[in-house]
Design a protein around this ligand. Structure first.
Ligand SMILES: [Ca+2]
Ligand SMILES: [Ca+2]
Length: 81
């Protein structure tokens, strides 16, 4: 039926976006100092705007920790890496 086809299409689009954005903490933290700066974040997620950065940097200290990244993935702000 039509509804099923739309659901399948949406799932397919989601999977493609996930692949394009997926990255692990170590891949994003290119200088390996244990924190993701906004610069590193933008390099890993070129399509993510300031809103997504703000939503990921929960305590607004200007860097994203591994915990914050995991929380963002868990809440659906970022795709799973
Ligand atoms: Ca870093
Ligand atoms: Ca933070």
């Amino acid at each position: 039926m039509m509804v099923k086809r739309i659901a399948a299409l949406a799932a397919g689009i989601g999977a493609i976006a996930g692949v394009a954005l997926a990255a692990s903490f170590g891949d994003i933290d290119t200088d390996a100092d244990g924190m993701i700066t906004q610069e590193e974040f933008a390099a890993a997620f070129p399509d993510a705007g300031a809103e997504i950065w703000t939503a990921t940097d929960v305590n607004a200290d200007g860097v994203v920790t591994e915990d914050e990244l995991a929380a963002a993935v868990e809440s659906g702000v970022l795709p799973e890496g």
